[in-house]
Design a protein around this ligand. Structure first.
Ligand code: NAD
Length: 251
């Protein structure tokens, strides 16, 4: 096995200041990548980058709203001017507030689709031309297993996450001839610091009960699959959505 897996690769990770994105940024840096960590939470993002550098890794934090081209562009420009390439883009930024459809406002619907899906378009649109030019690149979109389960009170969220899977499939066919790989991960219920904002202990226990694996999933479980999909070890995999859900949904 080649170690480290991402030696000198340049990776952009959105929503990197917490949870799954943070685990991806840390693991990628451990595996030799030059990480560009993007998030709207400046304090947590700066702390992460400082922490990664103190551990000997490479990480630059950029305060960026993944929905807004003008805030993401400086990170992409910096990567191109310093390293001349971007090898991986991880579209991870996302929110998951619940709302019964009958109570949902137009603003809530739009915000969900903007943050979870338009951001994928915005970041990919900025990065993919460079990948096409260099004839290589790995894009990993972080969707959700809720798309396969169809849970209530998440119609806006699941619409956005299904959109990511559709986007992945179409772009994967378009980009494969250029040497650019597009894949997707569908995590199940992952134990993050922020999960308490949306799920009760009873709901969390129910999630674990539905899994084949009798333990909570950790951000690192998702980050490891993301590492695989961002490395040459997954060169035969294109347009796929891989569930990291402890066996909750088997397809
Ligand atoms: N945690 C889970 O159980 C779970 C399950 C399935 C899918 N997911 C998906 O994984 C991704 C990460 O989830 P998480 O649980 O780590 O969330 P989290 O809330 O712990 O972290 C998300 C990060 O994204 C950032 N963010 C939010 N909006 C942003 C924007 N517009 N631009 C840039 N950054 C932004 C937040 O500041 C935060 O740091 C999301 O897309 C989520 O839908 C999570």
């Amino acid at each position: 096995m080649n170690h480290p897996l991402l030696k000198d690769k340049v990776a952009v990770v959105t929503g990197a200041a917490a949870g799954i994105g943070e685990a991806i940024a840390r693991l990628f840096a451990e595996e030799g990548a030059r990480v560009y960590a993007l998030d709207i939470h400046t304090e947590a993002g700066e702390a992460l980058a400082t922490n990664i550098r103190a551990a000997g890794g490479s990480c630059a934090f950029f305060a960026a709203d993944a929905r807004r081209k003008e805030t993401v562009e400086p990170a992409v420009d910096d990567a191109m001017s310093r390293f001349g390439r971007i090898d991986a883009l991880i579209n991870n930024a996302g929110i998951y507030p619940r709302r019964p459809f009958l109570e949902m406002t137009d603003e809530e619907w739009d915000e969900m689709l903007d943050i979870n899906l338009k951001s994928v378009y915005v970041c990919t649109k900025l990065v993919v031309p460079h990948m096409v030019k260099q004839r290589s690149g790995k894009i990993v979109n972080i969707s959700s297993v809720t798309f396969f389960k169809g849970l209530p009170n998440l119609s806006h969220y699941i619409a956005s996450k299904g959109g990511m899977i559709g986007f992945t499939r179409s772009l994967a066919r378009e980009m494969a001839p250029h040497g650019v790989y597009v894949n997707c991960i569908a995590p199940g219920g992952v134990q993050t610091e922020n999960e308490g904002r949306v799920a009760t202990q009873e709901e969390i226990a129910r999630i674990v009960a539905q899994q084949a694996l009798p333990r909570r999933l950790k951000p690192l479980d998702v980050a490891r699959v993301c590492l695989f999909l961002s490395s040459e070890w997954s060169d035969g995999i294109i347009g796929q959505t891989i569930n990291v859900d402890g066996g909750a949904v088997m397809k």
